[in-house]
Design a protein around this ligand. Structure first.
Ligand SMILES: NC(=O)c1ncn([C@@H]2O[C@H](COP(=O)(O)O)[C@@H](O)[C@H]2O)c1NC=O
Length: 206
């Protein structure tokens, strides 16, 4: 099955995977501390598609954000400002809406290390929030078990088997899920000092 990009979050751990039919020549790169960017590899054909290069992971003092586009940055900014995680996810998703491409591609996002409703406990974790905006819906919810939402087919949050508890395992487990056209994945998990660890998996031949 092809589901496109997807997020998995659970309390204290999360992963984001790029799967792509149209733009497979991409990788995830940690360009600066606390930020991971998806972008083209050196051999990728040029494109003017505005949706294929973006920050897919941002760490804040109030939670870690993952997602499939430019909404990741304003979600991180709102967490930094102390917004409840539910609102930090919902507002940018609603403002930016689904992508204006040939597929009305939904935006998907997850935050780990948060309380959904009370910003004063955001940094204490280990809660998680997942969200998506589609042409027909805005869905944002707190989760207590591993939950997946994808751009296509599996486009409402649903429980998923996900065993990883650290960042490296989360990235490789998401990359290895039996869903077509895997490209790269990132993982994030709370660490023992109240911060986050992150990992990137660009496939076995990186
Ligand atoms: N975030 C991404 O990595 C991403 N990659 C592709 N898209 C969009 O989704 C469309 C379909 O891409 P694909 O055939 O690879 O699933 C693309 O034309 C582009 O508008 C993306 N936008 C949202 O998922």
């Amino acid at each position: 099955m092809y589901v496109g990009r997807f997020v998995v979050v659970a309390p204290g751990v999360g992963a984001y995977r790029v799967s792509s039919r149209s733009f497979p020549n991409r990788k995830a790169t940690g360009r600066e501390p606390g930020t991971v960017t998806v972008g083209p590899t050196a051999d990728a054909p040029e494109t003017d598609n505005p949706y294929v290069e973006y920050n897919c992971l941002r760490l804040t003092d109030n939670g870690a954000v993952i997602g499939n586009g430019s909404h990741v940055d304003p979600i991180a900014e709102k967490l930094d400002l102390g917004y409840p995680a539910r609102d930090a996810v919902a507002e940018p998703l609603l403002a930016l809406d689904f992508e204006k491409d040939d597929y009305d591609t939904p935006r998907v996002a997850g935050v780990v290390g948060v309380d959904a409703a009370d910003p004063s406990t955001n940094a204490d974790g280990p809660g998680a929030v997942i969200g998506t905006v589609r042409r027909d819906a805005l869905l944002v919810e707190e989760v207590t078990e591993p939950t997946l939402v994808a751009t296509y087919e599996r486009d409402s949050p649903e429980p998923v088997d996900f065993a990883a508890t650290d960042a490296a395992a989360a990235a490789s487990e998401a990359y290895g899920m039996d869903l077509e056209h895997e490209v790269c994945a990132v993982g994030v998990a709370g660490d023992s000092e109240g911060g986050f660890e992150t990992a990137i998996f660009n496939g076995d031949d990186e």
